[in-house]
Write a protein that binds this ligand. Sequence first.
Ligand SMILES: Nc1ncnc2c1ncn2[C@@H]1O[C@H](COP(=O)(O)OP(=O)(O)O)[C@@H](O)[C@H]1O
Ligand SMILES: [Mg+2]
Length: 825
Amino acid sequence: MYTPLELQFMEIKEQHKDAVLCVECGYKYRFFGEDAEIAARELNICCHPDHNFMTASIPSYRLFVHVRRLVVKGYKVGVVKQTETAALKAVGENKSNLFTRRLTALYTKSTLIGEDILLNVVNPVILLNLDGDSADVEDLTDDLPCNYLMCICEQSEDEGSSKGRHKPGVQLALVAVQPNTGDVVFDCFQDCPSRSELESRILCLQPAEILLPTNLSENTEKLLSSVTASSLRDDRIRVERMDDIHFEFSHAFQSVSEFYAMLDIIQLSRLPSLEKPVVCCLAAVIKYLSEFNLEKVLSLNRFSDKSLCMSINGTTLKNLEILRNQTTGSTRASLLWVLDHTRSPFGRRLLKKWVTQPLIKAREVNARLDAISEILSSESIVLAKTQKLLFKLPDLERGICSIYHKKCSTREFFLLVSSLSCIETTFRALVPAAESQLHSSLLRNILLELPQLLAPVQHYLKILNEKAARVGDKTGLFADLTDFPIIQQRKEEIWDVLSQLQEHCSEIRLILKKPSFNYATVSGLEFLIEVKNSLLPMIPKNWVKVSSTKALCRFHTPFIAEQHKRLLQLREQLVLDCSVEWLNLLDQFGEHYHAIRKATSHLATIDCIFSLAAVAKQGGYCRPIVLEEERQLVIRTGRHPVIDILLAEQEQYVPNNTDLHGDGQRVMVITGPNMGGKSSYIRQVALITIMAQIGSYVPAEEAVIGIVDSIYTRMGASDNIYEGRSTFMEELTEAAAIIKKATSRSLVILDELGRGTSTHDGIAIAYATLEHFIKDVKSLTLFVTHYPPLCELERLYPENVRNYHMAFLLNEEEDEQKDEGKGKL
Ligand SMILES: Nc1ncnc2c1ncn2[C@@H]1O[C@H](COP(=O)(O)OP(=O)(O)O)[C@@H](O)[C@H]1O
Ligand SMILES: [Mg+2]
């Protein structure tokens, strides 16, 4: 026999088989069956058999900590709440039954948004210290920084095209959404058998969760299992499979059009222009997110628009250590680490985007550089005040998104609205000064636009009651009730009952002959009439005894009993009414979502600019001259931005020059002893180019950077060992892919190509490849090699090629290493 609670659990579990369910039972949340065992294992709590199931429980106020822990470990977690309140239940039809319960929220890595999580906006460390609960800090600061949900699907090439011909290529599509920031990107591309394009995008977006159809090609599966297997501690990518039917085009197209028609946004007109597989992904994402009530976030943004940013593929991201270092996989010692001096979480997210998507329009690069120069040279109070403001902002981007999803707490809402309104006031006051003092168009536009975008916010701050909002009391939330007639009416009803009870009090005074009599409240029970035992004979028979002590008894008159019951019902009803109005308010606020989101992204941009200005301030950095038409890289006394910082004071990085011209000297063949600094040098050139195109100052005395459309890298065999692919094979595939994609506007760096095979073959491959780059691709090329025969190419192509030798002198006395720069061979 199952208990009623168990039956209820089984029914909900049946619909959400894949989720670990936390079930609200009074002041606890309980787990049942396998869920209890998982909870015991992952949360370090006990579980024990009870009736038919194993069970385990956690106190309600700790729910958010435990949900988070389970989610971080990769589980899908469901929260099942009691949906009835005691007083209303007592008069309802459901009187004698179990509390009704319903699944109120589901969470996974990418969808960790909601009231149970509580810490969306506020810095978790600060909050927890307040509660004196330091044990959890470590857990929570580990907050998932990026949480893209990425959906991938593929379409094999020969569908539709001529059959029989063997085509190894495949068309892949992806849609990636960050439900807590509202970021949506999508892309459709051809990929080779090693799926390197897909890998690039996964490395670049670093999704927390991947949504896949049940069936994918073997090659794709292989890549996915290799990217999802590698992980630091717990941040493994969570994989969710969805039935293939949801990816089927006609089905997908219909559900996507219905979805956008319902949202009633202009996006619908763009639908036909989307590639088929993108529509399929979109449909699956909509379906998946609606399970979490997060689907509204899908308004479309184009991702890799090839014409807008430099293309840096996954291999290059890894080789140049742009987001993470290759040794430990953390951000330390990466390019992002060097550039990141941002103050806000949303600024940090934007900077990450900037770093992986350098610009290719000189005008845009210069707009950023102008802004940085102005920050370095200007003494305007506008900039000082702006920077000061950035220090203390909560995560606005996530905050407005959780409002948009209607999943924020009143406290978060208040915090957000008051921050936004403070920003609005500050910037409005700065408008005249900004107009007269600022020259950079980027800064001007942002600072002048911000107050307009944020104007709607003030209204919300005005209608809120701060104290109630902070403690989460929705019944006291609205300072002015004129716009909320239902709440007004309910409150009047309550006052009415209260005043009747007050009147009743004077009748009681008469009966008790005690003019000073007043109701007492004891442990939550209100309107009690306390009577000394000696006076008991005076008490009318129909009074109901509520409780008693040795000295006295406490009563309710029949009238009080009735009114009290009604009062409790009205109060619960008020809570429900207020929740409805609260949701309406969030809905209304959601109409300003796009404007406020734009304001947030403006703030993020300013944050990034200040971050780059902090980089520029360091000694030995200069403003690069960025040109769009020229094909050249001229760098005087350049340094590797990361090694430069890592080397201790006394062992300074030895600067190097670079002088490459598309029409002349465009290929450097570099030889030299091991540990000569060759690899560091070619990376340095690539990193300086990337920094310049991000719009950052660069570590050099002087730099002229002709914009490159892409950077390709192929690094030494030992630097890069892949699972399941032979190095030689890997080398050749990568080199072939570079040859196919590089243009005369690209920068290509090849480190010891040919090392994966015998010397003889190696030389032949290296020679042929290099010659191809010199003659046909015509890209700017840095080629590190151990093979002397390659130096012969300088003789064959004296116009375009030059040989360099890289060496270092060791200063014995100080035991420090010193390059002698590059001497010509
Ligand atoms: N210009 C430089 N100044 C100081 N140290 C350098 C410089 N270039 C490289 N190094 C250091 O020398 C070491 C070897 O560099 P690497 O580029 O791997 O040499 P190679 O590729 O020639 O074997 C690295 O640990 C790096 O930190
Ligand atoms: Mg090397």
